[in-house]
Design a protein around this ligand. Structure first.
Ligand code: GLU
Length: 424
């Protein structure tokens, strides 16, 4: 284990800086003691590993891998595994801290963790990705487990990645352990409804946010950045509810249709070509301009740090629903708040994934499968409860939704910590 160097004064921008700034605001609001602030600012465990890969051509490449467990006061740690060249220790720390708040906010019995490997999955064959995943799993094996820390998919990873992690862990233990990961294939104990859970939650929250502003879905417009695990399903569900989705983007580019995109046909185009670009009768637009389109709702559902001090003043949407983790920087958040834009924070908006991960973990540990309807109903119930908690708390204390969500979550983590007491 490395010595955590969190709260690092040298970190002046980026997701870890933003996560620390949000925590600082929350502890100031809660008037919590400096020692408790320090405890929450510092991840409990950080593991950095080298992941050597035997490439298909026989050469060897080595990648940096991480697993950060931010806090375990409320239970085992939980959080996704990201394969992306943007992965570094500070990004993983921020994402782990956000998982702690997310799990506390939607009241699932977990602390937060995150993992990552600094690799571009598109540059590797399935066989190479399997070897990288298995070697990474074997390197972090001492710190994961169904009662310890439970990975799930995130950017660049999917149900196949989870199957390989589950198998590698199970081989090491000598028996099958389905509860070590969530987001598994259904045939291995994955939950019905897990694949679409984050999108379903984002769409559900977007509808509640629109309704709170008196915006009817029919006649409303939206743009969605990212057409992957989160954006694609969110765009489809919004369109099904009557919202005209005018623009979407992916890593290759952005497309626009003033009448609203046919998301079902777009999905088929993406399955065929691998990208949203070139979809029939749409206009290509600059990906950055998607965020500043004149729409009611903008859903950044790709990566962190896309709404910044540079473009926040140009956002024309009335509502930003954060499908991604950390898409709005702290500076941008303040600008949007001043301009009266409602920002629904990531830890609320995209919590559907970890909520159904929790349902999957419960099912895996009980070797039982719920019906999809039951999963979706329970998901919506949890999202609605969390939405109401945030709206009420923000109203009662004059906070933004992000400040309210973070404060509520921090308060729940501290409550668990205080009940357990400090050992020894
Ligand atoms: N990676 C997802 C997130 O950021 C899901 C995490 C999980 O299910 O554990 O919330």
């Amino acid at each position: 284990m490395n010595t955590p160097a969190s709260g690092d004064a040298a970190v002046i921008h980026g997701p870890w800086h933003d996560a620390q700034a949000q925590l600082t605001e929350a502890v100031a609001h809660l008037k919590c003691a400096p020692g408790l602030h320090e405890m929450l600012a510092m991840p409990r465990r950080e593991l950095q590993v080298a992941v050597p890969l035997r490439r298909d051509d026989g050469t060897t490449a080595v990648f940096s891998g991480y697993r950060v467990q931010h806090n375990f006061s409320r239970g085992p740690t939980k959080g996704g595994l990201r394969f992306s060249t943007a992965v570094d220790l500070d990004e993983v720390r921020a994402l782990a801290m956000w998982m702690t708040w997310k799990c506390a906010l939607v009241d699932v019995p977990y602390g937060g963790a995150k993992g990552g490997v600094a690799i571009e999955p598109r540059d590797h064959s399935a066989a190479e990705l399997e070897r990288v995943t298995r070697r990474y799993t074997s390197e972090i094996l001492p710190v994961i487990g169904p009662d310890t820390d439970i990975p799930a998919p995130d950017i660049g990873t999917d149900e196949n990645t989870m199957a390989w992690i589950m198998d590698t862990y199970s081989v090491a233990k000598g028996h099958t352990v389905p509860g070590v990961v969530t987001g598994k294939p259904i045939a291995l104990g994955g939950s019905l409804g897990r694949a679409g859970a984050t999108s379903r939650g984002v769409a559900h929250i977007a509808m509640m946010a629109m309704s709170s502003k008196g915006i009817e879905p029919e006649g409303a417009t939206a743009s969605v950045q990212g057409f992957g695990k989160v954006g694609r399903g969110a765009a489809r569900l919004l369109a099904e509810a009557g919202v005209r989705v005018l623009a979407v983007s992916d890593v290759d580019g952005a497309i626009f249709d003033g009448d609203g995109l046919d998301i079902t046909r777009l999905g088929a185009h993406v399955d065929r070509t691998g990208s949203v670009v070139g979809f029939d009768d749409t206009e290509s637009i600059h990906p950055g301009s998607l965020l500043t389109l004149d729409v009611d709702v903008v859903v950044p559902a790709a990566v962190e740090g896309v709404i910044t001090a540079q473009n926040a003043a140009d956002i024309r949407a009335r509502i930003v629903v954060e499908g991604a983790n950390g898409p709005t920087t702290q500076e941008a958040d303040a600008i949007l708040t001043d301009r009266g834009v409602l920002v629904v924070p990531d830890i609320l908006a995209n919590a559907g994934g970890v909520i159904v991960s929790y349902f999957e973990w419960v099912q895996s540990n009980q070797a039982y499968q719920w019906r999809e309807r039951e999963v979706n109903d329970r998901l919506e119930e949890k999202m609605t409860d969390a939405w109401r908690d945030v709206v009420d708390y923000a109203g009662a204390h004059g906070l933004t939704y992000r400040q309210a969500a973070t404060a509520l979550a921090v308060r729940r983590v501290l409550e668990a910590h205080e009940l357990r007491g400090l050992y020894p």
